[in-house]
Design a protein around this ligand. Sequence first.
Ligand code: ACO
Length: 436
Amino acid sequence: MKASETKATLSFSNGGQNVELPIYKGTMGPDVIDIRKLYAQTGMFTYDPGFMSTASCESAITYIDGDKGELLYRGYPIEQLATNCDFLETCHLLLYGELPNADQKVGFTKLVTNHTMVNEQMQFFLRGFRRDAHPMAIMTGLVGALSAFYHDSTDINNPKHREIAAIRLIAKMPTLVAMAYKYTVGQPYMYPKNELSYAGNFLHMMFATPCEEYKVSPVLERALDRIFILHADHEQNASTSTVRLCGSSGTNPFAAIAAGVACLWGPAHGGANEAALNMLYDIQKAGGVEKIGEFIKQVKDKSSNVKLMGFGHRVYKNYDPRAKLMQETCKEVLGELGLENDPLFKLAMALEKIALEDEYFVSRKLYPNVDFYSGIVQRAIGIPVPLFTAIFALARTVGWIAQLNEMIGDPEYKIGRPRQLFEGSAKRDVQPIAQR
Ligand code: ACO
C-alpha cells in the first residue's frame, strides 16, 4: 500500500482532540482513508451498513470504474478478454495474475479437464433432494458437500491445497450444475468428455443423453463461454465479500464457496437474471410492448415494490460494459437459431429504450446490467430459467476462489469481524416469571 503525503484530519464539534488518519493510493480508483486505529484512538466505530464508502480489502484482481462503465480483470478490459480469449485463459489470468502463453494454456486446460469428474458418491447425495428443488438449493448443498469428498484439499493455510481446491472447483462446477439439471428432469447424468472445450463439455453434459449425442454448435459454445467470461469476477460484490468473510475464519475453500453460492442466489444479486426473464414473460403475457408504459409506471411507484429487473447497479452509474457484450451475443445467438424476431428480445430492446429515455431512470443513473440480456441468451440455448443463477455461480467460482486465495495469501489478513451501533435495551434484570 502506498501512503499519500496528504492526511485526513477528523475533528469533533465538541472540542475533542483531532485525529490524523493516513490515506493510501491504489493504482487506480479512489484513495482510501485508513481507519484501522480509529477505535483505539477515539473509542468510536465508523458506520457504513451496505459498505457504501468502505474498501474491505486490498486487491489486485478486478477493477471497476462505475462512472465510466469500465471493467478490467488484472488490467485487461473485459471487451478485449471477451473478444480475444476463452474462459479458461480468463481463469488462468484471474488465478495467477497473467494470461497464459500457448504452453501454459495447454497445461492449464489439461489440468482443469482432468478434474471434471466428481466422486461417484456425489450422485447418491444428490438423490436426497426433491426432484423439484431449486437448482441453487441443490448447488449450495453440493458445493458444500465437496469438502466431505476431497479431504486432501481442505487446509486453507496450505498453498498446495488452495491451488488444487481451486482447480477442482473450476473443473467440477459445470459437472455439478449439469447433474442438478439432469436430476430435476429425470435423465441419466452424462459424464464429462475430455475432448470438448469447457463450455462445449457443459453443453454436452446438459443436453446429450446416452441415446443421443449433442452436436455442440460453435456459436452457442462461444456464447456460453462469453457468459462465463463476463461473470467470472466482479470485485468485492456481495457474494465475493461473503466468500472472503466466510474464508477469513479459516474454513475450507469448498465451504467458503458454498457460502458464495448461497449469497448469489438472492434476486438483488445473481438471482436477477432469472427475475429479469420472468419479468419479461410477465409483460409478454400481459400484452407485450403495449404494456411497457403501464409496467414502467408501476416500477416508478415506490409503493408497488416492483423493480425493473436487470437494471441498476451499486457500482455502475453508466451502461454495464458486460450488458453491451451480452446484447451483441444475444443478437448472434438468436441469428444462429433463426430467432431474430424473438418477441422476448424485441420486448427487452423496447423496454431498454423506453427506460433509458425516462427521467426516473436517467436521474438515478439506472442502466441495464449484465443480467438484462443474459437470460434471453441462456433461454435461446435451451437452458431452463431456474438454472440461470447456477450458471452464474459456475462462472463466478473462479473469481471467488481467486479472491479467497488472494486474501489467505496476504500476511495481513485477519478474521473479518464488523462491529455495530447497539440500539437495543440497556442492561436490565430478569424478573421472576410471575412479574413479567
Ligand atoms: N428499478 C427501479 N428502481 C430502481 C432500480 C430498478 N431496477 N434500481 C434502483 N432503483 C432506484 C431505487 O429505488 C432508488 O430510488 P430512490 O433514490 O428514489 O430511493 C435508486 O434507484 C437508487 O437505488 P438503490 O436501491 O439505492 O441502489 P443500490 O445500489 O442499493 O441497489 C441494485 C443496486 C440492488 C442492483 C438495484 O439497482 C436493483 O435492485 N436492481 C434490480 C435487480 C438487479 O438487476 N440486480 C442485478 C445486479 S448485477 C449482478 O448482481 C450481476
